[in-house]
Design a protein. Structure first.
Length: 312
């Protein structure tokens, strides 16, 4: 995979900051198309710390949005980090928004491709003398991607926000428990085969959205990674953040990660949901925040992250 590194980046940056601008569009060139990102700089003398922000599952863009809902969670996180002197790079996942040209056929997509993309962004940032510290922030599914990519020696620190603390197949099993018993009865044999690395030819029509043939290679590649084992491999400072009103990932997941990496720092943020916003635990009102792009982030989040990154 080739990186597109702007040789004149420092000169552009100096001009940009002089003009009072804080964002630059950055392109990562790959064999299957370009991945587009936004580099946000704080109003502070360089070099500064930089955080690579990795989005969660689904068709999520650099701002934390998808075609079904707009919340601007990742854009707000980048802005809040800049306000305390931390630069950040966030990007559209391949096949999404401005990175659409890098999309693959669903049957060709593997979890490792997302990991490799994160590693290439890490390489790009580490080569830039504008930064004196490189931190990876992974949100939700991006937590697992980030913790594997952060095994790279170029990463100084890793932050997990709302990261699962168990393998994805077990996470799916837990979620399916809320469905009628028939759903689990027919899903379990499929999950068991996928965990073994085997595809399944027949999928009941009502389960096709979850286990369709074309998505099975991705599920197989995803299921083999255990977050507890991967976070334990990190020989660097780790911060695990979890909101107490997250209805997608719970506090027990954070506790599992912390137990697997005992020297990590665990921060439970009261009243913060999956997209970093204040919400109660009621699923209906909680989900309403997913469509409120102007609702600010929980104020504790950037404080916790800032203390972790800026403390030597």
């Amino acid at each position: 995979m080739k990186m597109h590194i702007f040789a004149f980046l420092l000169g552009v940056l100096a001009t940009t900051l002089a003009l009072g601008q804080t964002e630059l569009n950055i392109t990562l060139k790959t064999k299957t198309g370009n991945i587009e990102g936004t580099l946000m700089y704080p109003s502070a003398p360089i070099p500064v710390p930089v955080a690579l922000i990795i989005a969660g599952s689904g068709p999520t863009d650099r701002n934390g949005n998808n075609p079904m809902m707009t919340n601007n969670s990742l854009k707000m996180l980048a802005t809040d980090l800049a306000s305390i002197g931390i630069a950040s790079l966030r990007y559209d996942k391949r096949g999404i928004s401005q990175s659409k040209s890098a999309g693959l056929q669903e049957a060709e997509l593997k979890f490792e491709i997302y990991i490799n993309d994160a590693v290439e962004w890490i390489n790009l940032l580490k080569d830039d003398k504008s930064f004196n510290q490189l931190v990876v922030i992974g949100h939700s599914e991006g937590s697992l991607i980030g913790m594997i990519a952060s095994q790279n020696s170029k990463v100084d620190k890793f932050i997990s926000i709302a990261g699962a603390g168990q393998t994805a197949d077990n996470l799916i099993r837990e979620q399916l428990k809320a469905q009628p018993p028939m759903v689990m009865e027919q899903s379990a044999p499929i999950l068991n085969e996928l965990v073994k690395g085997n595809t399944v030819e027949y999928v009941p029509p009502f389960l096709n959205s979850l286990f369709r043939t074309s998505v099975q290679p991705y599920l197989i590649s995803w299921f083999k990674y255990d977050p507890q084992k991967e976070v334990a491999k990190l020989e660097k400072p780790v911060l695990i953040i979890q909101g107490t009103t997250d209805i997608q990932v719970n506090v027990e997941d954070a506790n599992r990660l912390h137990a697997a990496k005992p020297d990590s720092k665990l921060a439970l943020i009261d009243g913060m949901n999956h997209i970093f916003k204040n919400a109660d635990a009621n699923p209906l009102t909680n989900m309403m925040t997913y469509r409120q792009p102007d609702l600010p982030l929980n104020g504790e989040l950037v404080k916790v992250i800032g203390e972790f990154i800026l403390t030597k």
